[in-house]
Design a protein around this ligand. Structure first.
Ligand SMILES: NC(=O)c1ccc[n+]([C@@H]2O[C@H](COP(=O)([O-])OP(=O)(O)OC[C@H]3O[C@@H](n4cnc5c(N)ncnc54)[C@H](OP(=O)(O)O)[C@@H]3O)[C@@H](O)[C@H]2O)c1
Length: 376
């Protein structure tokens, strides 16, 4: 633990130094991210406070959008951490280890693992002091072992809040999918897509994943089928009206119904997804990776009563925080039972230097896959 001794005439006391990555103004991360150091007086924690050390903090597309100023949910800028101008600490997702608790905290103790329960808590920091209400306890490796269950690894534990939570909510909160029903999703190779595939399989629901063509397409198809995808098709097949007959046959042969579409791409990919839905089907749009608008033919509204709606996990969990706890418990159970596997992520260990350089590099590398900044 990094401690700094502060001396005065009568006593010597120790403080914990936290390094945090902040912004003052919105802009490109390489231009606006900076590191700030501040002291946490761990001998004088607030009664309901929990002092935590960060073990891992992911870089998500929404964190980058927040820094750029194009994300609707923004943390308030304050001078609470001793800056001479208003700022906020970046990062929304993470895994913490409890270091010490305030006198009124009974639910946490040193060594526990916890994840943020609220958005905009600022996880890109080495240490933090948070109200106990803002943290959710998950089993640390020893606690899992004591329960006779396999421990969660750092990737699983630190990436619970965004992608698997969203996949779960989209499959469970909008309509009742019966066993043997189907959903179709584009971005089938995305982290959210991989979680949706696996959660669908656990629920007994079939899935069609649409992915972009690539030289190793067969390998990617096999990987996705290994996770539980019933069918994997290319964007070209998704856009081909003739190929839709093949899809109809799969559904018919299964005896199920294709009720739900998940769209994170937009453009003609969203058209292909929506066209395949049965009457009264729903397409949820949760991302816009192609930067193209959602395009829906008038006829599918008129004659098939297809609904198109948006999904934003932030709205759902802010309206009803209890839902987040329920889903987190379920995800932890699935990881412990081995039914759920984490989407791959690269762990980048921070050892020394300027912390914000780790996130700047991670944001560059995020184009080739999910990046985590981890701490010893
Ligand atoms: N609304 C919410 O609450 C919520 C929650 C979580 C995530 N999201 C959003 O969901 C999206 C996916 O997030 P993630 O973390 O799962 O991303 P990710 O793992 O980085 O995957 C991105 C996916 O998008 C695909 N893609 C990128 N550009 C494309 C294009 N032009 N056409 C077709 N496919 C394209 C990629 O395909 P390749 O494999 O071919 O590169 C990949 O499958 C992001 O937009 C994210 O912000 C939203």
């Amino acid at each position: 633990m990094l401690r700094r001794q502060l001396f005065n005439k009568v006593s010597a006391r120790t403080m914990i130094t936290s390094h945090c990555v902040m912004i003052k103004e919105h802009g490109q991360p390489k231009d606006v991210l900076f590191t700030h150091e501040y002291e946490i007086d761990d001998d004088n924690l607030k009664e309901d406070s929990v002092l935590v050390k960060t073990l891992s903090s992911p870089i998500n597309p929404s964190d980058i959008n927040q820094i750029e100023g194009v994300y609707p949910s923004q943390p308030p800028k304050t001078q609470d951490l001793g800056t001479s101008f208003p700022t906020f600490v970046c990062g929304n997702e993470g895994l913490f280890e409890v270091v010490k608790v305030g006198s009124g905290v009974k639910d946490f103790q040193a060594g526990d693992w916890a994840v943020p329960l609220r958005v905009n808590m600022g996880t890109w920091r080495t240490y933090g002091e948070f109200s106990k209400e803002k943290l959710f306890k998950i089993p640390n490796p020893q606690q899992s072992k004591d329960q006779g269950k396999p421990p969660l690894n750092v990737v699983q534990a630190s990436t619970l809040l965004v992608n698997p939570l969203s996949a779960y909510l989209m499959l469970n909160n909008f309509m009742k999918l019966e066993k043997n029903d189907w959903f179709i999703q584009n971005g089938g190779n995305s982290a959210v897509g991989k979680y949706a595939t696996q959660i669908g399989k656990i629920m007994g629901v079939n899935s069609i994943s649409v992915i972009r063509d690539r030289p190793n397409i067969d390998e990617v198809k096999q990987d996705l089928k290994g996770l539980g995808a019933t069918q994997v098709i290319t964007e070209e097949e998704n856009n081909d009206r003739e190929y839709s007959k093949q899809v109809k046959n799969w559904i018919k042969e299964s005896g199920g119904n294709l009720k739900l579409g998940l769209n994170c791409v937009g453009g003609k990919s969203s058209t292909g997804v929506a066209r395949k839905l049965q009457n009264d089907g729903l397409m949820l749009t949760y991302g816009g990776m192609s930067f193209q608008p959602v395009i829906l033919p008038t006829s599918i509204h008129l004659f098939k009563n297809i609904t198109s709606a948006g999904f934003w996990s932030t709205t759902i969990v802010e309206k009803d925080p209890s839902i987040k706890k329920k889903v987190l418990d379920q995800l932890v159970n699935w990881y412990q039972s081995g039914e759920l596997k984490e989407a791959p992520a690269k762990e980048n260990l921070f050892e020394a230097g300027d912390l914000c350089d780790m996130y700047k590099q991670g944001i560059i590398d995020a184009k080739s896959g999910k990046q985590l900044v981890t701490f010893k």
